[in-house]
Ligand binder design. Structure first.
Ligand code: AMP
Length: 438
C-alpha cells in the first residue's frame, strides 16, 4: 500500500474544505457583531505555555501532547540527552487555543488594564494524541473565542448566547442540542471543596479505579469526568460544588442563570460538569448533541478562566472563552441532513470539436475570465460529445461551442443549459450577451 495520511488525521477534500471555510465565515459574521477580531497563533508553542495554562495533571498535557523537535533537539533526544534541552527547544503542537491566545495577548500587551475587554477569535488545527474514533481525531479543527478582561456574569451569558446563536445559524436544530452549565467556584471556595472531594475519593478508594484515586492527589474534580461506570456511580454521591460556593461565586452563578433566562436560552445545570482543563474558575459550559455522536457528543465547550492570565505571567485579569469542534459539528449536521452544499461555480464550459481551434478557444476563455466569468474547457482533445457530457456533469449554466461553421461567421453557439435553447452569437457581442443573461 502507498503512503497514507497519519492515523487520526484527515485530508480536507473539496467539499469538507468548503464546509470548514463556511463555518469560519459564519463564526466571523456572528462573533464580529459581538466585537471579536481574528487572531492566529503558531501551530506549535513552548511546552511551558500549555503546562502553565492547561495544567500538568490534565490528560491533554500529560498524555496527549505531540512534541516538536528541531534537528538539533532531535539529536539530543536520540542520544539520550533530553534533559539538556533548553526551554525554547521544548516545543509541542498546540492541543487547544486558549493558552496560546493568552500567551500572544501577553506578549503583545493586549491585556486590558481596567479598560474595555479584548475579544479575540481563532480558527485552526489542534493536535491531541488520542485514540481515534468517530468524532475524535489526533488533528482536528476548532473555532474559538476568548474574551479577556470581563469579570461580570453578563459576559458569561453573552459568550454562551453567541455560541448558541452560531450553532443555530449554521443549521443545527436547536431542539437537538443540550446546553449544560455549572460553576466551579474560585480561589476562595474551591480549595475547601477540592479537599472535600479528595477526602471522598480516598474514603471510597476501594470502589474507584486507579486513575480516580490518583486524581485525589493531583486534581480531585477530574474524578467526575471518569468514563468508568462504577466510578461514575460512586462519584454521583460525592459532595457538590453548589453546597460550598462562596457568596461572590454563588451570586455570579445566579446572575448568569438570570441572564440566560432573560434571553430565553434553555440550559441544564450539571453539577458534575468539570471539563478536562485545570484553568477553569466559576462558569463552565458544554454543548452536546442529543443523538448520533455517542460518547463524542460534545460539539463545543468552555468557561471562565480568571487565573490563567496571572498564571501565565500577567496581571490578574478575569477572562473566559470557548471552542467548538469542526469535525463533530459536521457529523451532527450530516446526521440532521443539514450539511451546507456549495454548487460548483463553473458557469461556462467552452467546448470545441476541432483541436485546430485551440488557440482561438484559449483566447476566448481568457477574455471571459477577465470579465469575471468562471470558465472551464477541454485540455485532452476529447470528442464534442464527451465535452458536452462533462459540461453537464460540472453543472455548467452555458456551454459555448466553438466550431468550424461558427468561426466562419466570427460567432459561437451558446447553449443555455437551463432552457436547452441554442443561439448563435457574434464573438464581439458574447461578453455583453452573457452579462445580460446572468
Ligand atoms: P476542548 O478543548 O476539549 O474543550 O474541546 C472543545 C471542542 O473541540 C469539543 O467540544 C469537540 O467538539 C472538539 N474536540 C476536542 N477534542 C477533539 C478531538 N480529539 N477530535 C475532534 N474534536 C475534538
Amino acid at each position: 500500500m502507498g503512503l497514507r495520511a497519519p492515523r487520526g488525521t484527515e485530508d480536507l477534500l473539496t467539499e469538507k474544505y468548503e464546509q470548514w471555510i463556511y463555518l469560519q465565515h459564519k463564526a466571523a459574521e456572528i462573533f464580529s457583531r459581538y466585537g471579536y477580531t481574528f487572531i492566529e497563533t503558531p501551530l506549535f508553542e513552548q511546552v511551558d505555555v500549555f503546562v502553565h495554562g492547561i495544567g500538568e495533571s490534565t490528560d491533554v498535557v500529560s498524555k496527549e501532547m505531540f512534541r516538536v523537535l528541531s534537528p538539533d533537539a532531535y539529536r539530543k533526544v536520540s542520544e539520550g540527552e533530553a534533559s539538556k534541552l533548553k526551554h525554547d527547544q521544548k516545543l509541542a503542537l498546540r492541543p487547544e487555543g486558549t493558552a496560546s491566545v493568552v500567551r500572544a495577548a501577553l506578549e503583545h500587551n493586549l491585556i486590558p488594564q481596567g479598560s474595555a475587554p479584548i475579544k479575540l477569535m481563532y480558527a485552526g488545527q489542534m493536535f491531541r494524541a488520542e485514540r481515534q474514533q468517530r468524532g475524535r481525531l489526533r488533528q482536528f479543527h476548532q473555532i474559538g473565542a476568548e474574551c479577556l478582561g470581563a469579570p461580570d456574569a453578563m459576559a458569561d451569558a453573552e459568550v454562551i448566547i453567541m455560541l448558541m446563536e452560531f450553532f443555530e445559524a449554521i443549521g443545527l436544530e436547536p431542539a437537538s442540542l443540550r446546553l449544560l452549565i455549572n460553576t466551579l467556584g474560585d480561589d476562595e471556595c474551591r480549595p475547601n471543596y477540592r479537599e472535600m472531594v479528595k477526602q471522598y475519593i480516598l474514603d471510597h478508594a476501594d470502589l474507584l479505579d486507579e486513575d480516580c484515586v490518583r486524581y485525589a492527589h493531583t486534581n480531585p474534580l477530574r474524578a467526575f469526568d471518569s468514563k468508568n461506570e462504577t466510578c461514575q456511580k460512586v462519584m454521583a454521591n460525592a459532595p457538590l460544588m453548589k453546597d460550598y460556593l462562596c457568596e461572590d461565586c454563588r451570586k455570579h452563578y445566579e446572575e448568569l442563570r438570570g441572564y440566560l433566562d432573560r434571553a430565553g436560552v434553555m440550559y441544564e445545570e450539571d453539577q458534575k460538569l468539570v471539563r478536562g482543563l485545570d484553568y477553569y474558575t466559576r462558569t463552565v459550559f458544554e454543548v452536546q448533541v442529543l443523538d448520533g455522536l455517542g460518547a463524542q457528543n460534545a460539539i463545543g465547550g468552555g468557561g471562565r478562566y480568571d487565573k490563567l492570565i496571572e498564571i501565565s505571567g500577567g496581571k490578574p485579569t478575569p477572562a473566559l472563552g470557548f471552542a467548538v469542534g469542526m469535525e463533530r459539528i459536521l457529523l451532527a449536521l450530516e446526521d440532521q441532513g443539514k450539511l451546507p452544499e456549495f454548487p460548483r461555480g463553473n458557469e461556462i464550459y467552452v467546448a470545441f470539436p476541432d483541436p485546430a481551434h485551440k488557440a482561438k478557444v484559449f483566447e476566448l476563455v481568457s477574455t471571459l475570465r477577465s470579465h469575471k466569468f468562471s470558465v472551464q474547457t477541454d485540455y485532452q482533445e476529447r470528442s464534442l460529445k464527451s465535452q458536452l457530457k462533462l459540461a453537464n456533469k460540472q453543472n455548467a449554466r452555458f456551454v459555448i461551442i466553438v466550431g468550424e461553421e461558427e468561426l466562419k461567421e466570427q460567432s459561437v453557439t451558446v447553449k443555455d443549459m437551463r432552457s436547452a435553447c441554442d443561439e448563435r452569437i457574434k464573438i464581439d457581442e458574447l461578453v455583453n450577451y452573457l452579462e445580460q443573461q446572468a
